[in-house]
Design a protein around this ligand. Structure first.
Ligand SMILES: Cc1cc2nc3c(=O)[nH]c(=O)nc-3n(C[C@H](O)[C@H](O)[C@H](O)COP(=O)(O)O)c2cc1C
Length: 141
């Protein structure tokens, strides 16, 4: 079972709520998880983990958040070739295009994207189970 880093950025708490539920799924599946904000993750921490769950909402124009998440992610992505990851985040205005862009970017960089999850606004009862299942998926990957 995997030791998973759950690394996220959230401005208004929606992606943070997803991160908590993803973490619940990881531990429910028997894995272990460290859940941290983007600014607390760096290349030196990569070797501690078997797998990674990255969370970031749609920001800018279908972009990752630019001040904290993007610089961290751009730094670690080239070091994660072949690693199992899931990507998740909240959006509101459009249809989740940022996740399609992000998934392709990760795959082009050689990451093994085993799952993605997008939730419009806050993950209520309807989407809690999806978040937990994403956690179970990466814990067992
Ligand atoms: C500056 C800014 C840019 C945003 N850009 C997009 C966007 O391009 N597409 C979209 O669907 N939602 C966009 N949103 C909406 C957020 O993705 C949405 O409110 C999300 O739930 C925020 O998640 P959080 O609570 O984790 O910060 C944007 C919000 C802000 C504040």
């Amino acid at each position: 079972m995997s030791n998973v880093a759950v690394v996220y950025w959230s401005g208004t708490g929606n992606t943070a709520a997803m991160a908590r539920k993803v973490t619940k799924g990881i531990t429910r599946a028997g894995g272990t998880a460290d859940t941290m904000m983007a600014r607390d993750f760096s290349p030196t921490k990569i070797d501690t983990y078997d797998a990674f769950a990255f969370g970031c909402p749609a920001m800018g124009k279908e972009q990752l958040e630019q001040k904290q998440f993007e610089p961290m992610y751009a730094e670690v992505e080239p070091l994660l070739t072949g690693k199992k990851v899931v990507l998740f985040g909240s959006y509101s205005w459009n249809h989740g295009e940022w996740m399609n862009i992000w998934k392709k970017r990760a795959e082009d960089a050689g990451l093994n994207v085993v799952g993605t999850l997008i939730v419009k606004d806050h993950p209520g009862i309807m989407h809690s189970g999806d978040c937990v299942r994403l956690g179970e998926l990466i814990a067992k990957a």
